[in-house]
Design a protein around this ligand. Structure first.
Ligand code: NAD
Length: 250
């Protein structure tokens, strides 16, 4: 698979950490030029330096971010930036709900609106949307996250339908719990809240619905993303691929 993305440019949001960083590294290893978008300039800079790409500092919760994105042609978009907030609906701050929707649903729409015409002109494009098992299933106390991921699933299908005749595909990748900063901090929070050991949080709470009882590594997600971006992904569009250790088989 080495070098099969040579000549392609991949814009990865949330590229400074976790799954985004793993995707940036993997796509660069396949030959792509990486545009590493993150609100954290330091981590985006590190990933850009490491991958020989360009750091783009942008806060996706501000819809004006789209005007500051690079003007160069983009062939691959990995919509990955996101964050979590856990609270029952009656206590969920509306401004946090709105911010999650902006970063995880509206920003991917604005990015598609910005780069689809160029992809159509070149008759090739890939959208890989990092959804979640929560794009397919709900959990209590995650109203904004579940709503935003379900919205992203819908957007991905529409991009697939509109883009098909122009050589553009769009898919969702739906991981269960991945070993990233986002999950490490949730483990700490839950261990504190329940007064239990970190291992118990992982085994008894996070992995309870999954058949395979381990966290996924970001590199495993990035491998599927690279597959979808390469030539073997040509006919895979409009679908969501769970990478959830059997969670949604139930
Ligand atoms: P992470 O916290 O390690 O990385 C998220 C990155 O997004 C960070 O670099 C952060 O700075 C960036 N980001 C957040 N808000 C931003 C904003 N407003 N503007 C620009 N950048 C912003 O998280 P992760 O676990 O790698 O998650 C990446 C994606 O994968 C998210 O969409 C998440 O919902 C999804 N996901 C994660 C898991 C998991 O278990 N970790 C499971 C399923 C799906």
């Amino acid at each position: 698979m080495a070098e099969e993305l040579t000549g392609r440019t991949a814009l990865v949001t949330g590229a400074g950490s976790g799954i985004g960083r793993a995707c940036a590294r993997r796509l660069a290893a396949a030959g792509a030029r990486v545009l590493a978008v993150d609100r954290n300039g330091e981590t985006a800079g590190k990933v850009a330096a490491e991958t020989g790409g360009l750091a783009v500092v942008a806060d996706l919760s501000d819809p004006g971010f789209v005007d500051a994105l690079p003007d160069e042609p983009v062939d691959i978009v990995v919509n990955n930036a996101g964050f979590q907030h856990v609270a029952p609906i009656q206590d969920f701050p509306p401004e946090v709900f709105r911010a999650i929707m902006k970063v995880m649903a509206e920003a991917p729409f604005l990015i598609a609106r910005r780069y689809l015409p160029g992809m159509y002109g070149r008759r090739w494009g890939r959208f890989v949307n990092i959804s979640s098992v929560h794009g397919l299933r709900a959990s209590p106390y995650k109203s904004a996250y579940v709503a935003a991921k379900h919205a992203l699933e819908g957007l991905s299908k529409v991009i697939a339908l509109e883009g098909a005749e122009h050589g553009v595909t769009s898919t969702c990748v739906c991981p269960g719990y991945v070993r990233t900063e986002l999950v490490e901090s949730q483990i700490d929070d839950q261990a504190r809240a329940h007064g239990i050991a970190r291992e118990r949080v992982v085994e008894d709470i996070m992995l309870r619905p999954a058949a395979i009882k381990r966290l996924i590594e970001p590199e495993e997600v990035a491998e599927l993303v690279a597959y979808l971006c390469g030539p073997r992904g040509d006919f895979i569009t409009g679908v969501s691929l769970p990478m959830d250790g059997g969670w949604t088989a139930r």
